[in-house]
Design a protein around this ligand. Structure first.
Ligand code: DGL
Length: 266
């Protein structure tokens, strides 16, 4: 048994979609979420910068005695996961491998899979490399959509402008008759409705939270890592307090965010 909290982070709000599903799956666990709102977006920064940020956040979380770290950001998972796994002595999980394993098992007959994500994630080829690593022969088509995150963080995901931008990035992909689309950015579930509208009824939009929580459950059973506390709590830390944070944050999280602390020394 281990009652220490689970640490989880993202560049901003996107990781809240992961946190929400982990909280549901593990109601007795406590969580510490860090949203690096001062430095979002991560998607167009260099690998070295993302490694530095991710290590710094990992240190913050380990100083708060977390028992493991979830990198709830595809860009950090793509560019910094290996470094973090070598650097920290506690387990560190990313979001890319769970999504890839899920797709490989669930859709054995699909020859082509699309992945959309930030520029950093897509240019790293983290998804196609992960498919190769597990021996997949699928054709992986990766497409960067760098304007999605700023639009989402601005709270414009339900405005008409988003349809133009989706069309701009995904029109070519739509013509390829692909049915499975991995949403390779934890912000993108907020666009599910608009994406589904654009890509059509046959399009399956795949996110990693379910696969991640199943992998985590298996790991925590094997390692006897569950909390035996009756009461759990979630604390939120952010590195800047943008005006719309609480409003947008509750949209991502599905309920109001309580216990939000601003850290100024990042
Ligand atoms: N939500 C993050 C991801 O999954 C980061 C997006 C960003 O900050 O650009 O990639």
């Amino acid at each position: 048994m281990n009652s220490a909290p689970i640490g989880i982070f993202d560049s901003g709000l996107g990781g809240l979609t992961i946190l929400r599903s982990l909280e549901k799956k593990f109601p007795n666990e406590s969580f510490i979420y860090l949203g690096d709102t001062a430095r979002v977006p991560y998607g167009n920064k260099s690998a070295q910068t993302i490694i530095n940020y991710s290590k710094q956040i990992g240190e913050f979380l380990t100083n708060h005695n977390v028992k493991l770290i979830i990198v709830a950001c595809n860009t950090s998972s793509a560019l910094a996961l290996n470094v973090m796994q070598n650097y920290f002595s506690i387990p560190v999980f990313g979001v890319i491998e769970p999504a890839v394993l899920y797709v490989e098992n669930k859709f054995p007959k699909s020859n082509s899979i699309a992945v959309i994500g930030t520029r950093g994630t897509i240019e790293s080829k983290a998804y196609s490399n992960q498919f190769k690593k597990i021996g997949s022969t699928k054709n992986i088509i990766e497409k960067a959509c760098p304007l999605f995150v700023p639009i989402i963080e601005e709270g414009l995901s339900s405005e008409l402008i988003i349809n133009e931008i989706i069309n701009y990035y995904l029109n070519d992909l739509r013509k390829l008759n692909i049915n499975q689309f991995i949403l390779g950015c934890t912000h993108y579930p907020i666009l599910k409705f608009a994406l589904k509208n654009f890509l059509g009824d046959n399009a399956e939009l795949i996110t990693s939270e379910l696969a991640l929580s199943n992998i985590l459950e298996k790991f925590m059973i094997e390692q006897n890592m569950f909390s035996n506390k009756k009461q759990s709590e979630t604390s939120f830390y952010i590195t800047d307090m943008p005006q719309k944070f609480l409003e947008l944050g509750s949209r991502f999280f599905g309920s109001n965010l309580c216990n939000v602390k601003y850290i100024s020394n990042f």
